[in-house]
Design a protein around this ligand. Structure first.
Ligand SMILES: Cc1cc2nc3c(=O)[nH]c(=O)nc-3n(C[C@H](O)[C@H](O)[C@H](O)COP(=O)(O)OP(=O)(O)OC[C@H]3O[C@@H](n4cnc5c(N)ncnc54)[C@H](O)[C@@H]3O)c2cc1C
Ligand SMILES: *[C@@H]1O[C@H](CO)[C@@H](O)[C@H](O)[C@H]1NC(C)=O
Ligand SMILES: *[C@@H]1O[C@H](CO)[C@@H](O)[C@H](O)[C@H]1NC(C)=O
Ligand SMILES: *[C@@H]1O[C@H](CO)[C@@H](O)[C@H](O)[C@H]1NC(C)=O
Length: 417
């Protein structure tokens, strides 16, 4: 039998709980302790912990320490850190994997290894290349990072009528060059037009600034005046309060960070790209057109700026090569609720991916391993080879579509296409 290892169960293609042969799930959700050492600014976090639980435990001990990992609290640290792991602190501190300093891992012989006993090569390989290749991670030791007592957040909404295309176009030139303390990502998606109630696309500029409103306003005026940020758009809060803010979770109580159940579980398919040259306004208009199609009712694109700390880390420091030269990353996503409709939606996102091909990284067209996409990089059963797996197989005959889970148990699984 094969073994599937699951920590948070968030794999986009369900690889932690799907197999074509008889298998056993090794579910680590009960290993979810975190111990924080405030003086040394380090923590040991067990693999089954969610990042929400980790953030909560850090904030319990200190208001000025944080950790640069994902946005969504229900993601598990076992898979997430193994594949990189990024969120709103990316431009200041890099990835979760950049801030791992030690590990406990079980190898195939049942031996428990740490950084010292496994050696630097293996320790290199497990930070960013994807989990489940080398052993079972039991716990990570991480370097915590400094966050100010107050951070500032804002979300600015612009429709096409409000010049969204030009502002998004401009953002591509500046977002990777901003002060490291400033992270502005863009969410593109469908809304009803205020003018005639028809469909339109809006761009949400969603930002974390590691500092006060006073410092942010002049900085924005200088770096990105096109957005027209006003004081009343901004809210100051503790860093830990920005976690529910960015994930769209209720903000009344931080206890929501301890809840492993992902709300709004739906069918979805996602893809990713890296952008190295700004996309022309004509190129953007084509994207807008695709987002207005029937299947894109609940589709989105999230553009996350790189630059800052990401530019300073070499592409071979860990097995996460997307560093200097990348302006931003695109995360494509389509959601749906109907059963038996997967093919339509998946075809739509493939068409979008096909459309953007000329505008994104090439030779190879890069993707983020944590946004697992079985349209690329798949081996046949039995013997495997790099030459075969590197082929871009957009039209494979059959695979599974995972759905967001996050409760540490089996997610909804469906739809062979
Ligand atoms: C709702 C949602 C939001 C997300 N937001 C972000 C985000 O903001 N930033 C970001 O970078 N990514 C994000 N992701 C992607 C996320 O980083 C990946 O899905 C990640 O692999 C999830 O880790 P997991 O432990 O929850 O998943 P799992 O499904 O448990 O595991 C993922 C993979 O890692 C392997 N694995 C799991 N645990 C171990 C272990 N202990 N040892 C060895 N291998 C293991 C599994 O076998 C599987 O191959 C998000 C995903 C979802 C569903
Ligand atoms: C956890 O979150 C889920 C989904 O939002 C919700 O249904 C459940 O009531 C929550 N549990 C607790 C203990 O708050
Ligand atoms: C992808 O785009 C290319 C060129 O733009 C086109 O020839 C091809 O038919 C497209 N494929 C799909 C599946 O749309
Ligand atoms: C895999 O390769 C090995 C060595 O080349 C060979 O002996 C074996 O039969 C192959 N297995 C399959 C399933 O093709």
């Amino acid at each position: 039998m094969q073994i599937r290892v699951r920590s948070g169960g968030h794999d986009y293609e369900g690889l932690s709980y799907v197999s074509q042969v008889t298998f056993v799930i090794l579910d680590l959700f009960n290993l979810c302790e975190t111990s924080v050492d405030v003086e040394k600014k380090t923590a040991w976090v067990q693999a089954g912990s969610t990042i929400g639980q980790l953030y909560y435990k850090i904030a319990e001990k200190s208001g000025t320490l944080g950790f640069p990992s994902g946005v969504c609290p229900t993601v598990g640290v076992g898979g997430h850190f193994s594949g990189g792991g990024y969120g709103t602190l990316l431009r200041k501190y890099g990835l979760a994997a950049d801030n791992i300093i030690d590990v406990r891992m079980v190898d195939v012989n049942g031996k428990i290894l740490n950084r010292n006993s496994m050696g630097e090569d293996l320790f290199w390989a497990i930070r960013g290349g994807g989990g489940a290749s080398f052993g079972v991670i039991l716990a990570w030791k991480i370097q915590l990072v400094a966050v100010p007592e107050k951070v500032t957040v804002f979300t600015i909404d612009r429709t096409v009528e409000q010049d969204a295309i030009n502002i998004v176009h401009r953002w591509q030139y500046v977002a990777h060059k901003f002060d490291k303390n400033l992270f502005i990502r863009i969410y593109l998606g469908r809304v009803k037009s205020s003018q005639d109630g028809g469909r339109t696309i809006h761009a949400l500029f969603n930002s974390l600034f590691l500092g006060s409103v006073e410092t942010l306003l002049p900085l924005m005026k200088e770096s990105f005046p096109e957005l027209g940020l006003q004081r009343e758009d901004c809210t100051e809060m503790r860093w830990i309060e920005s976690i529910p803010y960015f994930s769209g979770f209720p903000t009344e109580s931080l206890d929501v960070l301890l809840n492993r159940t992902q709300p709004n579980v739906r069918h979805f398919k996602a893809k990713s790209d890296y952008v190295q040259k700004p996309i022309s306004t004509n190129g953007l208009k084509g994207i807008w057109k695709l987002l207005l199609e029937e299947e894109a009712e609940d589709a989105s694109m999230i553009l996350s700026p790189y630059g800052g700390r990401m530019d300073e880390i070499s592409e071979s420091a860990i097995p996460f090569p997307h560093r200097a030269g990348n302006l931003y990353k695109i995360h494509y996503l389509v959601n749906w609720d109907e059963e038996d409709a997967s093919e339509r939606y998946i075809n739509w996102i493939r068409r979008l991916y096909n459309y953007t091909a000329p505008y994104v990284s090439k030779f190879p067209r890069a993707a983020y391993i944590n946004y697992r996409d079985l349209d690329i990089g798949v081996n046949n059963k039995g013997n495997t080879s790099y030459a075969q797996a590197k082929m871009n197989k957009v039209f494979r005959p059959s695979y599974h579509v995972g759905t967001t889970t996050g409760n540490g148990f089996m997610g909804k699984l469906n739809a062979s296409v």
